[in-house]
Write a protein that binds this ligand. Structure first.
Ligand code: ATP
Ligand code: MN
Ligand code: MN
Length: 373
């Protein structure tokens, strides 16, 4: 009924971490449109507009019904003037003019293509755009100016553009666990990121690694990656050392992290027939290979920080941003992947579960599958 729908919209809280946001929801056409505008704003360097559209989209993802009229968003947080125009046009015409214009613009298309390369952020893509780069092929002329990460990103571009399936993520998990366990048999390895939130596919696979004995973790990441490399399974890797002087105000966490590209053996390798080249003359060596390049992130944390790191690396990115904003503004506490610090009482809050962290913050517990904010 419209009365219960009104009640539902009045009860939606303002912070993404105060709501339950499932993977699948009822207003995908609208949230897709708002996310295009958010992305476009971020490409233009407008953090405020990016956050505005992202928050509006996130609120609608938590709505328990399909919108029928723009009137229904009047009591919703963050769904102000500009977002309402988008919502109204989508509801009435199925498309939004501004979104179509953005999608067709050269700047948006180029920025989207360039930032989809591993190792290329908005700032780099924007600099290239201003230098006249419009597409991936233009990058060949830049050759020497690319970082090792970007070169690897371009080399494996086609594979990395394809999403990683849950099944492939499981194979990666076996590979990573095998490498780590060959050094520390009882090491704890947890798949985090989108797959922990229940996604069926992802742009990479994320893992969190810990052990009660901190000595056991010393040098483990580098040894395990070198071991995999020796087996020919590593296409690229970069280990970022743990930062000792990590400060709570920093947004990047300070855990030892490995950003890598792994050669994943095909679950069911297609054996090329001897006639393959006759049937398909263009078939090159690449299409006969029995592996696929997959992005993998590995994070090592001390046991005492495990549940903070788990919460921090499970995402979604917007859920994390909202958790930290809520902590700081509402609770006067500083939250990151290492811990929770009460700024007024000047004390840290240790935690032995994710539930305990939500309790420290006075928030109802949100399970991973409902953190798709
Ligand atoms: P996808 O399926 O696209 O991979 P995802 O939610 O797994 O989705 P990731 O980019 O892999 O997205 O990030 C996973 C989580 O790890 C995010 O919630 C993000 O907050 C966290 N994260 C990523 N990079 C860092 C970093 N350098 N420091 C701290 N946290 C990070
Ligand atoms: Mn991920
Ligand atoms: Mn990741």
């Amino acid at each position: 009924s419209s009365v219960s729908r009104d009640k539902a919209t009045q009860e939606i809280p303002a912070y993404g971490c105060q709501r339950r946001t499932p993977l699948h929801h009822h207003n995908k056409e609208i949230t897709d449109a708002l996310e295009i505008l958010a992305l476009s704003a971020s490409f233009q360097g407008s953090e405020a507009r990016f956050l505005g559209f992202t928050r509006a989209s996130s609120v609608l993802k938590s709505l328990p019904f399909r919108l029928q009229s723009v009137e229904e968003v009047k009591d919703l947080p963050w769904c102000g003037g500009h977002s309402q125009t988008v919502i109204q046009e989508i509801l009435e015409d199925g498309v939004c003019r501004e979104v179509e214009t953005v999608k067709n613009s050269e700047h948006f298309q180029s920025m989207k293509a360039l930032t989809s390369i591993f190792g290329v952020g908005i700032r780099t893509a924007d600099k290239w755009y201003r230098d006249g780069v419009r597409s991936l092929s233009d990058l060949n002329n830049l050759g020497g100016k690319l970082t090792a990460e970007q070169k690897a990103g371009l080399l494996h571009y086609t594979d990395l553009q394809q999403s990683v399936t849950r099944e492939e993520a499981g194979t990666v998990e076996q590979l990573i666990k095998g490498a780590l366990q060959s050094f520390v048999p009882d090491v704890r390895v947890t798949m985090t990121g989108g797959f922990r939130r229940g996604k069926q596919e992802g742009h990479d696979v994320d893992f969190l690694i810990t052990h009660p004995d901190e000595e056991a973790l010393n040098g483990l990441l580098r040894k395990a990656v070198a071991w995999l490399d020796g087996k020919g399974s590593v296409l690229y890797y970069h280990v970022r050392a743990r930062s000792q002087n990590f400060s709570g105000s920093n947004t990047m966490d300070g855990h030892e992290t490995c950003y890598s590209i792994i050669a994943l053996p095909n679950v069911c390798p297609e054996k090329p027939s001897p006639d393959a080249e006759k049937i398909e003359p263009d078939l090159d060596k690449n299409s006969l290979r029995n592996w696929k390049a997959v992005r993998v992130d590995l994070v090592v944390c001390p046991y005492s920080e495990y549940f903070y790191a788990l919460l921090g690396w499970t995402g979604s990115k917007h859920f994390e941003r909202e958790l930290r904003r809520f902590s700081l503004h509402v609770k006067k506490m500083s939250l990151n992947s290492h811990g929770l610090f009460d700024i007024q009482k000047k004390c840290h809050h240790p935690a032995t579960s994710e539930e305990e962290i939500f309790a420290h913050l006075g928030l109802p517990y949100v399970p991973p599958s409902e953190r798709n904010a």
